[in-house]
Design a protein. Structure first.
Lengths: 506, 114
C-alpha cells in the first residue's frame, strides 16, 4: 500500500488527541481508544512486516509529494518496520499491565501520553531525515518525561529531573551535530548525506568526522552507553512498572539510530570515513558491559537491578554493532527482539514482587508472601531468559553474537568480557532470588495484602511468550534478521531508492 | 561579522556549560536556555552568513540566502521553548517535594556548603 509508512505514525497521534477530547465521557472510553489504537498498530505493523519480507522493497513515502532530498521522506524498510512491530507488541503488554493494575489511574493523561510516546517512537523509526529524527526524539522524550513522573513514589521527581536535564543537553548536542553536518553536506536526508559523504573533499573530512562522533555521543546518551548511562538506573528503577517496561524500547531507539544513521552515512561507500566510528562503539560497549555487570551485582533494590540488566543488554548490542560483521548484526537484531520483551517483562515481575513483598530492597528480611510460588516461578523463568541460559532465546542471541566475534581481531577480550559478565549476572540473579524467596522471617504470618490477578499474570506471560517463540521459530527469524543485516551492510539499495539516483559511486 | 558571531556563540555556549554545571536548579535552567540560544545562532550560521539576499525565488535574482536553516531554527526555538517551560515546572515540583533547590535534593546552608 502506498500509504503504509505513515499509518503507524498517524494511529497513535489521532488516538492521543481523541482520548483528550473524549475525556468527559469517562475514563473507560480513553482506555478503550488506547487499547484499540495499539491493537490496530500491531495489525498494521505485522502486515507491513510480512509484506516487506516477501517483496524486500524499501518503501519511500514523500510527504507533500516533494522529491526526496528537498522534501521530507518517511522510509519503511525491513529494520524500521521490525522496530515498529516490536514497539507495538511491547506497548500492548505494558498497557495491559497498566490497566490491569490500575496504574493508569494514578495520575492524569496516562493514555494520551502513552500514545504520544508511541507516536514519537514510530516516527523516529520511520523517518528518513535527520532533522525529523531530532523532532521525533523530542516528541518521544517530552512524552517520556511526563510518563516517568506519572504517579507518586519516593525519589521519582529527583530521578526525573536528572533525566530531563541530561536529555535537554543531549538535544542541544544533537542540534550542533546536525548543524555542522548540514553546513558541510548541505542536506539533511540520511540517504543524500551518505551520497554526499562519498563525494566529500579531503579538507572537510575531519569536520564531518567530528560531527559524526558528536552524533554518536547523542545516540549514546539515548542508548545509555558509558559514560552517559548514570541517569538510567535511577530513572528506570524509580518510575512506574508499565512505563519502565515501555522504556525498554527507548534505549533501543539510540541503538537503532546508530545502526541507521552511522551505518548508512559512514558505511562502506564513505571512503576515508568508512566505519571510522566502529572502534568507539566496540570499546565503549565492552566498558559499559563491565560496569553494568558490577551494577547488577551491587544493586540493593530489585528494580534497580533490572535497570542494570537493561544496560547489560544494551552493551551487548553495542559490542555486536562494534564487531561490524553481517553475522554479528544479524545476531544483534535477534538479541534486540529478545532483550526488549524480556527486560520489559522483568520490570513487571519486579513490580509484582515489590507489591507482594511491600519492599524491593534485597537486604531487608521480610516475611514470606502468599503468592510466593507463582511469583517465584515468574522470577525464575525471567531470570533464566535474561541471563541467557538455554533453552530460552537469550542464549541463542548471545551464541550468534559470540560466534560472529570469533572472526574479529579482539576475539579474546570480547569473549571473556561477555562470558564473565553472563556468569556474574547468573550469580547476582540467584542471589536476589534467594534473598526474596528463601531468606524470610520465620514464625510470622505471611503477607497477603496483594492479590496477583489473572489479567496481570497474563500480561506478564504475554511478554514472556516471545522467549520460547524466538527459539521455536529461530530458523525463519534468524534468516530474516540476517537479510536485514545484509541490507544494512549494502547501503546502496537504501540510498538509491530514497534519493532516486542510478547508482552510488564507490 | 564572522568573528563577532563566532565569539557570541562561544560566549553563550561557555556561559551555558558553566551554568548547567551549577548545583542549584535555577542556574541549570538558565544554562540550558543559554545553550539553546547558542545552538540556534549556530544553526543560523550554518546556512552561511550574508546580508540583503532573497530567501524566496524571484525573477532576476542570482544569489539567495539559504532558507532551510531559518526553518530549522524556528523549529528548534519552539522545541526549546516548550522544554524550558517543562523543566521550570519540574524544578518547582522538585523544590516542593525535596524542600531544596539543589539538583540532588541536598539541603545546603547559606554559603552553599553541605
Amino acid at each position: 500500500m502506498t500509504h503504509t509508512p505513515i499509518i503507524p505514525i498517524l494511529i497513535p497521534l489521532i488516538a492521543a488527541f481523541s482520548i483528550l477530547i473524549t475525556k468527559r465521557y469517562g475514563f473507560k472510553v480513553g482506555q478503550t481508544i488506547s487499547l484499540l489504537s495499539i491493537i490496530a498498530l500491531i495489525f498494521v505493523s505485522i502486515f507491513a512486516l510480512i509484506d516487506i519480507t516477501s517483496t524486500e522493497e524499501v518503501l519511500v513515502y514523500k510527504l507533500g509529494n516533494w522529491e526526496a532530498p528537498f522534501g521530507i521522506v518517511l522510509v519503511l524498510d525491513s529494520l524500521s518496520i521490525l522496530m515498529v512491530s516490536i514497539t507495538s507488541l511491547l506497548a500492548f503488554g505494558a498497557l495491559w499491565y497498566a490497566i490491569s493494575e490500575k496504574i493508569d489511574k494514578e495520575g492524569v493523561h496516562f493514555h494520551s501520553l502513552f500514545q504520544l510516546q508511541i507516536f514519537g517512537l514510530n516516527g523516529a523509526f520511520l523517518t528518513g531525515d535527520i532533522f525529523n529524527l531530532f523532532v521525533f526524539f523530542e516528541i518521544l522524550l517530552l512524552a517520556s518525561y511526563s510518563l516517568l513522573l506519572h504517579g507518586k513514589a519516593e525519589g521519582r521527581t529527583k530521578a526525573g529531573l536528572h533525566y530531563v536535564i541530561i536529555n535537554l543537553i543531549g538535544s542541544t548536542l544533537f542540534l550542533f551535530a546536525v548543524g555542522t553536518l548540514y553546513g558541510i553536506l548541505g542536506t539533511l536526508n540520511i540517504a543524500d548525506m551518505a551520497y554526499k559523504v562519498s563525494l566529500l573533499d579531503s579538507e572537510n573530512i575531519s569536520v564531518v568526522a567530528a560531527a559524526g562522533l558528536l552524533l554518536l555521543v547523542v545516540f549514546g546518551l539515548k542508548s545509555a552507553m558509558f559514560p552517559l548511562y548514570l541517569w538510567l538506573p535511577s530513572a528506570y528503577g524509580k518510575t512506574s512498572a508499565p512505563v519502565a517496561a515501555l522504556f525498554a524500547i527507548m534505549t533501543k531507539v539510540g541503538l537503532y539510530a546508530i545502526i541507521r544513521v552511522h551505518g548508512t552515512i559512514f558505511g562502506e561507500n564513505a571512503g576515508e570515513l568508512a566505519y571510522y566510528y566502529i572502534p568507539w562503539v566496540l570499546n565503549i560497549g565492552l566498558i559499559t558491559l563491565t560496569l553494568a555487570t558490577f551494577g547488577v551485582l551491587a544493586s540493593k533494590e530489585i528494580r534497580n537491578q533490572v535497570a542494570y540488566l537493561v544496560l547489560t543488554s544494551v552493551s551487548i548490542l553495542l559490542i555486536a554493532i562494534g564487531i561490524n560483521s553481517q553475522d554479528a548484526l544479524g545476531g544483534a537484531i535477534y538479541y534486540m527482539i529478545h532483550s526488549t520483551f524480556l527486560a520489559a517483562g522483568f520490570f513487571l515481575v519486579a513490580d509484582v514482587i515489590l507489591k507482594a513483598r511491600t519492599t524491593g530492597y534485597l537486604d531487608k528480611q521480610m516475611p514470606i508472601f502468599k503468592e510466593a510460588i507463582i511469583i517465584g516461578a515468574l522470577f525464575f523463568i525471567f531470570a533464566v531468559a535474561v541471563a541467557g541460559l538455554p533453552p530460552l532465546s537469550g542464549f541463542f542471541g548471545k551464541i550468534m553474537i559470540l560466534s560472529a566475534s570469533l572472526e574479529h581481531t579482539h576475539t579474546a577480550i570480547i569473549l571473556s568480557v561477555v562470558l564473565i559478565s553472563s556468569l556474574l549476572i547468573i550469580i547476582a540473579l540467584s542471589k536476589s532470588g534467594s534473598a526474596i524467596f528463601y531468606d524470610t522471617t520465620l514464625d510470622v504470618e505471611p503477607l497477603d495484602e496483594y492479590k496477583l490477578s489473572k489479567s496481570t499474570l497474563a500480561s506478564i506471560f504475554f511478554l514472556f511468550l516471545f522467549a520460547p517463540l524466538l527459539v521455536i521459530f529461530a530458523n525463519p527469524i534468524t534468516e530474516f534478521t540476517n537479510t536485514i543485516a545484509a541490507n544494512l551492510f549494502d547501503t546502496s539499495k537504501y540510498i538509491t531508492t530514497v534519493i532516486n539516483i542510478e547508482e552510488v559511486i564507490k | 561579522m564572522e568573528i563577532l558571531l563566532a565569539l557570541i556563540i562561544a560566549v553563550l555556549t561557555g556561559v551555558g556549560v558553566f551554568l548547567t554545571l551549577r548545583a542549584r536548579t535555577f542556574p541549570v535552567v538558565l544554562g540550558l536556555t543559554f545553550l539553546a540560544y547558542a545552538v540556534n545562532l549556530f544553526l543560523f550560521a550554518m546556512g552561511r552568513l550574508n546580508i540583503n539576499q532573497a530567501a524566496i525565488i524571484q525573477e532576476n535574482v542570482a544569489n539567495y540566502s539559504d532558507p532551510l536553516p531559518q526553518a530549522l531554527v524556528l523549529t528548534a526555538i519552539v522545541i526549546s521553548f516548550g522544554m524550558t517551560a517543562f523543566v521550570i515546572v519540574l524544578s518547582l515540583k522538585a523544590y516542593g517535594e525535596l524542600k531544596s533547590d539543589h539538583v540532588d535534593g541536598k539541603v545546603l546552608d547559606k554559603d552553599g556548603d553541605k
